[in-house]
Write a new protein. Sequence first.
Length: 477
Amino acid sequence: MYNFNKYKSIGVLAVCLALASCKVPAITQVAPNKPLPGMYSNSADTTNIAAMQWRSFFTDANLVNLIDTALKNNQELMTTLQEIEIAKSDIGIRQGQLSPTVGLRAGAGLEKTGRYTSQGAGDASTDITPGREVPDPLADYRVGAYADWEIDIWKKLHNAKKAAVTRYLSSVEGRNFVITNLISEIANAYYELQSLDSQLAIVRQSIELQKNALAIVKVQKDAARVTELAVQKFQAEVLSSEGLEFETLQKIRETENDLNLLLGRYPQEITRDKGDFLTLTPAAVHTGIPSQLLANRPDVKRAELDLIAAKLDVKVARAEFYPSFSISAALGFQAFKPSYLFKYPGSLLYSIAGDIAAPLVNRAGIKAEFNSANARQLQAMYNYQRVILNAYIEVNTQLYAIDNLEKRYSLKSREADALTKSVDISNKLFKSARADYFEVLMTQRDALATKLELVETKKAQLTAVNTIYRNLGGGWK
């Protein structure tokens, strides 16, 4: 009889498992990623500037100090650090679900039952001790420990913890992504300030030249060699350049304030090198090979970790279709009178039970959650593929930009030299009446515009190299 009951129980359990496991949806297999190209150009050199620490990549001491300040004070970065703490706490929550829940419980109560009930009649005919009836009303005092534990047969809780750990690592990569972008923004703003300083100096030099030309025109007007029209034209040109000077000063203040915002502080002057901006040389660029993006770029690594976590979420959702097993137990003391509470073994109380629960009615809701997790997995896969594609295209675009900017700067530098000489020549020809005032005016205007464009091109060169350093995954180490 004992063996029959044993096998009968096993048979019932098997039927429950079979019912719960039938028609469990399959997990959608994500498509493999398209392989990255083997190289960016004809070079397969694995040297990569992303391996350089940002303190080595940026050689300007003032810029390094600004970055240090931002890494301590930037509010966006501080917010990201709290996201890491949240993800870390989630790991603790998942770990707690894997362990038994153990607690202490104490209580007291009072019960009055009817005399003409089965319990009341039984109590009335029972002695607690010889010659002493059950008290009426009956007090109840309890103290003990209890435990509940879900047995993770299907790895549901383990996979949930793994997903939490993976998301924690993803949040760390998110912090690294914020850092590399923050450093890049600060460097670009710093170069913008330096270029504006250089432009301001050029505009002021141009104003002096224009004022000298205006003085000459006034003398020639007094000598009846030119008309009042020439004087007014030169006067207007001086006023236009003076207006450009104040416009540049405003841009400097705005850029300083934008930079101070990144540094997490109120507006103040930005300490910077105000030397000859055009003599700055961009750092040498070594891109390595495209596959290094997978290890260097924080956004790529974060997308990969998010995909891994999404796959684990699907496994967790799929495990909901299977039965869950749990064990509960309690051990303590219970008595109707405090003085009897710890009298062993009369007041001893213990229990142990095992439960199996399989979803039958709510399978539609569980299936909907599984489908949702499956869709999020596909989203994560497409996002991962997009991030990798975007990373490669960003590097490819900047490589072309650096090459074209170098050629543009060479041409623009020669153009600026030619126009600078033209200004001297036009002034001499004008003094000797061999050129009219309009030629002098246009030559000065062209020279000013070209010099300003030359500064902008130099800034674009420095920014492009800084950007490709970021695009390759540099800056967060």
